[in-house]
Design a protein around this ligand. Structure first.
Ligand SMILES: [Zn+2]
Length: 428
């Protein structure tokens, strides 16, 4: 199943043809919102980019004629997939790096995470926008095929990569605009204090249209440097009116507390609901009282967490965060780069792996996993009106299996992928 590079061009400004998806099965949680018995199949009409009607199959509620009918044949229809974290400038760069960085990143307790980042930095000396674009297109093309319609895409923006990575990511964002929403994050991967000049590179990227301010405070050498990093990037976010995504505490070091600082600086600026935290692996080592205090602070600052359990041996405390009301999404994180050798941009595969690594395998657990690659990830990224509901923008997938369990087990391409009401990928 080789990924086609970019798929057919779609005009994002044109009204897509109206679609009737007949004989669809909804998730129980979705059916409950409509007061429909989940055993009853439904017909879904999508018109002018939005859900026009959702009604029991066969009812005379379809209204005006549609341009196209798709028979779901009792397969599950759900919201499409949201990828909360992907290093898009690095995808498919593993052949340039070699195995040394992988070994350092995944070594005992992730103590060598910083070494891995330094080894990976060598690749950036080769960065050129036109060299990066083919690999990026391949990764995004596969994402569309696998039903991913939204992705938060990080691009190293520092004194080594300069503007090459973020330019490639923004060019791909614009190219794919009719098929998926790419949020380009200007990300100072090697630090802000450690890498003087990185903040200016991030500023330039924001001036040129980057969507989100990135950060990685734990990489600084001192606690004071970590705070300075967070303050500098948060100040840029306020100045440019942008959301923030930071990689926090991504090493096996229980003393790391940059997520706590990020939350306090969020509250200080009134930026609640506009900040997300990626990785946050060190919390796995926190004593329970510290973790509980942090959870309360995250709730207050309305910070969601994106976890990527398959790309490292330590994981954010996903189940407990959810239990404490902190929204959690999952991310692909890496695709064939210095940190991870696999990755197809298939969020069902990410969910399948997370179910094992987080040991979330009961029926309700699998529903939670599915939420974390769809509706909860959308909440974390601040994507409004994402749930299947009349009047909302239609971003959905038609699966060939009737249940979440079977869909995760097989993690196959959906039969149909709909983005903003347009069919953007199909698989017979
Ligand atoms: Zn990452």
């Amino acid at each position: 199943m080789a990924g086609s590079p970019a798929g057919p061009p779609i005009d994002p400004s044109a009204d897509p043809p109206a679609i009737l998806i007949r004989d669809a099965r909804l998730r129980a949680s979705t059916a409950a919102r409509f007061g429909i018995d989940p055993a009853i199949h439904v017909d879904i009409v999508i018109r002018d980019g939005r859900y026009e009607s959702i009604a029991p199959a066969g009812a005379e509620t379809v209204g005006a004629a549609v341009d196209r009918t798709v028979d779901a044949a009792g397969g599950l229809v759900t919201e499409s997939f949201v990828n909360g974290h992907l290093h898009l400038c690095k995808v498919n760069t593993l052949p340039l790096v070699g195995d040394a960085a992988l070994a350092a990143y995944h070594g005992a307790g992730m103590g060598g995470a910083m070494t891995a980042i330094e080894l990976a930095a060598n690749v950036k000396k080769l960065y050129r926008t036109d060299r990066l674009l083919p690999g990026i297109r391949r990764a995004l093309g596969r994402g569309v095929e696998y039903g991913m319609t939204h992705v938060r895409a990080f691009a190293d923006t520092d004194t080594t990569a300069k503007q090459e990575g973020i330019r490639a990511v923004m060019a791909a964002r614009d190219e794919f605009a009719g098929r998926m929403a790419v949020q380009a994050v200007a990300f100072p991967q090697d630090g802000v204090v450690r890498d003087p000049g990185a903040a200016d590179q991030v500023r330039q990227a924001l001036n040129d249209g980057a969507d989100v301010v990135g950060g990685i405070p734990w990489i600084e050498f001192t606690d004071a440097g970590m705070r300075e990093h967070i303050v500098a990037m948060m100040d840029l976010a306020v100045e440019f009116d942008r959301d923030v995504s930071m990689l926090v505490d991504d090493a096996g070091d229980a003393t790391l507390r940059t997520l706590e600082t990020l939350a306090t600086e969020t509250l200080a600026r009134g930026w609640e609901g506009r900040v997300t935290a990626q990785h946050a692996r060190a919390m796995a080592l926190y004593p329970d009282p510290s973790f509980l205090r942090l959870s309360a602070l995250l709730r207050q600052a309305r910070i969601g967490v994106v976890s990527d359990p398959h790309t490292g041996p330590l994981h954010a405390r996903v189940r407990e965060l959810r239990d404490h009301g902190v929204p959690v999404g999952l991310g692909q994180d890496d695709i064939a780069d210095a940190y991870y050798p696999f990755g197809r941009n298939n969020m069902l595969e990410v969910g399948f792996l997370a179910a094992h690594l987080l040991w979330m395998t009961s029926g309700p657990d699998l529903e939670a996993i599915y939420d974390m690659i769809t509706v909860d990830a959308a909440r974390v990224l601040g994507i409004a009106d994402f749930e299947i509901a009349v009047g909302h923008r239609a971003n959905c997938v038609v699966h060939r299996y009737p249940t979440v369990r079977e869909t995760l087990a097989e993690h196959e391409r959906p039969r149909l992928v709909v983005y903003h009401g347009a069919a953007v990928a199909e698989c017979a």
